[in-house]
Design a protein around this ligand. Structure first.
Ligand code: G3I
Length: 350
């Protein structure tokens, strides 16, 4: 009895030391994995979720999948549900990649955010190569949305229905859908998705809308119009791909709140905080502050439902390939060791 109590105390002490960043190393990390509340546990105490993106090629990495299955309660497929992956030939659907991730999430009792149905990027060649009439493209779009949403009906928490629809100045992005169908493609997409799954939450999702400015104003105006017209929109996703060399989006909390007041959920959907390498102690500390500040902003707004990091480890971050010379953007490093950002997230969630 005494021995067990002592062991428990030792475990609790080790956890506390790790949580404060005093202890580190394998033993401390093992203690952390077995005894400590996870980010998901901590978020759930606030009625929120804490998620991570993942991608199919990484799922063979068992050290990686262990943490993925343990620490989070929401998963977003980083690529597997996109149009190029799901409808590689017109009318020929392949849900293998998305299904693999949904199956893994289910085995780990995690929910899934579907990402994404309508986006200008990662479209299949057959779609971008052809000049479509409006009638043709409308039919292609409707079929894509409804076939995919029907396939995952009842299995997802939310869908990013339309992704990245606006330019930085708040004008519509001139993607293939806008150019051929006009701005109404957004409302149509939401309605078609709702017909195919009456329960899943339907989101618009974008980057650089964390602060109040022309781009987030465009979403605010559109969301208000869509709600007024009875278009099924449940939430707005703020990707939150931040970079330490720019300013922290200080208006994030106010911004989330104004969308809440429209009767919408909000979520931080693709969080990462990149830096110009090398990662110094100072930069990692600043990054930790930003992760904590974003978390506090979400917790302060009732309808901010959760936070998802765009994968959890620097080992699988998209940043180095897209921004050469930048990286170290996630809360775990390339060896899957927790960084100051991880401990800051924990503290912010406590
Ligand atoms: O599948 C091919 C593979 O066959 C080939 O060998 C390899 C060589 O480069 O490329 C592979 O495709 C890559 C694909 O990810 C799958 O790994 C593409 O090159 C690469 O461009 C693509 O990047 C994805 C990016 O979206 C595309 O824009 C990232 O993984 C993904 O994390 C990223 O996610 C987006 C969100 O969907 C929307 N918001 C922004 C976010 C970051 O860009």
């Amino acid at each position: 009895m005494l021995v067990r109590t002592r062991l428990r105390l030792a475990g609790a002490l080790a956890s506390a030391l790790v949580a404060t960043g005093i202890a580190s190393g394998p033993a401390a990390q093992a203690g952390q994995q077995h005894h400590r509340a996870t980010l998901a546990d901590l978020a759930q105490r606030h009625g929120r979720y804490f998620g991570s993106a993942t991608d199919n090629p990484e799922l063979t990495d068992t050290a990686y999948t262990k943490l993925l299955g343990h620490e989070f309660d929401m998963i977003t497929p980083g690529n597997g549900m996109k149009w190029y992956a799901t409808e590689p030939q017109q009318g020929v659907f392949d849900f293998t990649k998305g299904d693999e991730i949904v199956g893994l999430a289910r085995a780990n009792h995690q929910k899934v955010r579907g990402h994404t149905l309508v986006w200008h990027s990662q479209l299949p060649g057959w779609l971008t190569a052809k000049e479509w009439t409006a009638d043709e493209l409308r039919a292609v779009l409707k079929n894509h949305i409804q076939t995919e949403v029907r396939h995952y009906r009842g299995k997802l928490y939310a869908w990013d229905v339309v992704n990245e629809a606006f330019n930085e100045d708040g004008t519509y992005r001139e993607n293939i859908f806008y150019k051929t169908l006009g701005p109404g493609y957004i409302a149509d997409s939401l309605r078609w998705a709702r017909q195919a799954d009456p329960k899943v939450k339907l989101y618009l999702n974008d980057y650089n809308i964390e602060w109040i400015g022309p781009k987030s104003d465009a979403y605010y105006t559109l969301a208000k119009e869509l709600k007024a017209q009875g278009v099924p929109l449940d939430g707005v996703g703020f990707q939150a791909h931040l970079a330490l060399q720019y300013d922290y989006p200080a208006s994030l909390e106010d911004n989330l709140r104004r969308f809440s007041k429209l009767g919408l959920d909000t979520a931080l959907t693709e969080v990462d905080v990149r830096m110009i390498l090398p990662a110094t102690e100072e930069l990692l500390a600043k990054q930790a502050d930003w992760y904590a500040d974003m978390t506090k902003a979400c917790l302060a707004v009732r309808r901010c439902v959760g936070i998802t990091v765009w994968d959890y480890t620097d080992k699988y971050s998209w940043i180095p390939a897209f921004f050469p010379g930048q990286g170290a953007a996630l809360p775990w490093d390339e060896q899957l060791r927790p960084k100051p950002a991880y401990f800051a997230l924990r503290n912010a969630l406590k």
